[in-house]
Design a protein around this ligand. Structure first.
Ligand code: IFG
Length: 538
């Protein structure tokens, strides 16, 4: 008969067993039970996307989530409690456990504690310290956003089945150790194009759920273009009743627009996941839909025909008309009132039908308007030719490794969000066999989306000038949530890692390995991801 002595056992047991040994009975010392290899399927602490700043595994301990586990949150903090409620919502379906969310004051069983007041400067607003011990998992942060980021990491430290929508009978073990984490760039964004094909509020909410799992913290909504206008504006109602109506969009695929109530609901839903909405009204180009609704926005007063094709660069507001600036001011005012976030995006791209001098005079009047409505202006990088863009954010969508206009604007103080179209445009095909998407900027497989550095991508646009990164998803060829997911996953996590993780952590083999583990998770979450052949899916 063999007795196994686990070094983690209580003393008396050990004494008795040693007594047996004296009697000559075989005793085999097994590794400590407490550190018995964690159950199969327990993720390593080092498997998180985006890669955290510092990971310290402790194989000597682990945490087991159980029916008596409670989620304890910083007393007196409704924001911390809300993060706890969100985590409970994420954990209850697969575990079937009650997971009550309680203030920390009451002693309780094994717990997941979400605490503020970390008092660690380097964590900033979004960083966190996560520790996994035998009786508690603790996430400490300076701000609620950091607590939320820590919970996104925690979900990835639980077995993939945690993403099951129905209970799974298994042990829910988290490997022991600690993680200290905080983002490299403040702005990690995704973009949906509601204009070419409208996406419903529920589809947008699903996308917010998925992008926030990778600590993406901004969602840019492209709300107007040549083919459709997708946000209710009270002072100009035909924008949506006409250009958000039936027959709008590419191929006339369909009506759709966000009422103000739906937009505000999305803002709240996003904010609860620490995602800030960035609304875009594209101008002075990409305005055919607005002019179909209001011919007075043209110079000749004649409404252009509605457009359902995918050409760009043929429309322009009438730069010399005061009606144009009344329109712009009304739209910006109503949008600013609906948008708690700091940014209004005014587009500015592909204004090929606007003479250069007119473009500059338009921007000279409109960029300061954004500030007058209390917001910071965001624009595609063409706005950089306007001196007034010094206080704005230029979104770099050029494919070139240098852009003199942008470099000059950066020298004047313009900040940049990097979205180089040949690396970050998720509407580009993966390869020539991809059924959806475009290819004008080239093919973008996962590695192409991953293997670049925002801080060295464009000459004279260095790290201090870079606010962050964004992955636009234009919808000329996309109609459903499945289409969105097929193009966004698995490339969006690559952009998310470039935005969050330290440059020193950038490693394709590591990322590819970590990404493979998300296949089973996306399957359980019914995310229609593209199973790229570049990845070994877990
Ligand atoms: N460029 C246009 C988009 C869209 C895109 C599709 C920008 C800033 C090509 N402008 O990207 O409207 O048509 O890949």
């Amino acid at each position: 008969m063999r007795f196994y002595v686990a070094s983690g056992m209580a003393k008396p047991v050990l004494t008795r067993l040693l007594a047996l040994a004296v009697l000559g009975l075989p005793v085999v010392v097994a590794p400590a039970l407490a550190s018995a290899a964690t159950p199969p399927g327990t993720p390593a602490l080092t498997g998180v996307i985006p890669a955290p700043v510092q990971v310290t595994p402790d194989s000597g301990t682990r945490f087991r989530l159980g029916p008596r586990t409670v989620i304890r949150t910083q007393p007196g903090s409704p924001e911390a409690r809300a993060v706890g409620e969100r985590l409970a919502e994420d954990l209850r379906p697969a575990t079937g456990y009650p997971l009550p969310v309680l203030p920390i004051a009451r002693r309780a069983a094994p717990s997941i504690a979400l605490l503020l007041g970390a008092g660690e400067e380097r964590l900033g607003d979004e960083g966190y310290r996560l520790t996994v011990g035998a009786s508690a998992i603790t996430i400490r942060a300076n701000r609620p956003a950091g607590l939320f980021a820590g919970t996104r990491t925690l979900l990835q430290l639980l077995p993939a089945q945690i993403d099951s929508p129905t209970p799974v009978a298994r042990s829910w073990v988290v490997a022991g150790g600690s993680i200290v984490d905080h983002p490299r760039f403040a702005y990690r964004g995704a973009m949906l194009d509601l204009a070419r094909h409208f996406h419903t509020p529920d589809e947008i909410k699903s996308y917010i759920d998925e992008i926030s799992r990778f600590k993406v913290n901004h969602l840019h909504l492209h709300l107007s273009d040549d083919q459709g206008w997708r946000i209710q504006i009270d002072s100009w109602p035909r924008l949506t009743t006409v250009s958000g109506g039936p027959g709008t969009g590419v191929d006339g695929a369909g009506p759709g627009y966000l009422t103000k109530a739906q937009y505000s609901d999305l803002v709240r839903y996003a904010a609860a996941r620490f995602v800030t909405i960035v609304p875009e009204i594209d101008m002075p180009g990409h305005v055919n839909a607005a002019q179909v609704a209001y011919p007075e926005l043209t110079c000749d007063g004649v409404a252009p025909p509605p457009r359902t094709d995918t050409a760009v660069g043929y429309s322009s507001l009438c730069i010399g008309s005061e009606t144009t600036y009344r329109f712009v001011d009304d739209v910006l005012r109503e949008l600013a009132a609906l948008t708690p976030g700091p940014y209004l995006h005014i587009g500015g791209d592909e204004a090929h039908a606007t003479p250069e001098a007119d473009y500059r005079s338009f921007m000279a009047r409109v960029l300061p308007l954004v500030a007058r409505h209390g917001k910071t202006a965001f624009g595609w990088n063409e706005i950089a030719k306007s001196p007034e863009s010094a206080a704005a954010i230029a979104q770099y969508w050029d494919t070139a490794p240098a852009n003199a206009t942008v470099a000059a604007a950066v020298a004047r103080g313009t900040k940049v969000v990097m979205s180089p179209a040949n690396q970050a445009y998720l509407d580009m095909k993966y390869d020539r066999t991809t059924p959806l998407g475009l290819s004008w900027a080239g093919y973008i497989e996962v590695r192409t989306a991953y293997d670049w550095d925002p801080a060295t991508r464009v000459a004279a646009v260095d790290e201090p000038a870079i606010l962050g990164v964004e992955a636009p998803l234009w919808s000329e060829t996309l109609r459903t949530l499945d289409d969105i997911e097929f193009m966004a996953f698995p490339r969006l996590p690559a952009i998310a890692e470039l935005g969050w993780s330290a440059r020193a952590a950038h490693d394709w083999d590591s990322f590819a390995d970590r990404l493979g583990a998300h296949g089973p998770r996306w399957e359980l979450r019914n995310v229609n991801f593209y199973p790229s052949p570049q990845i070994t899916w877990g």
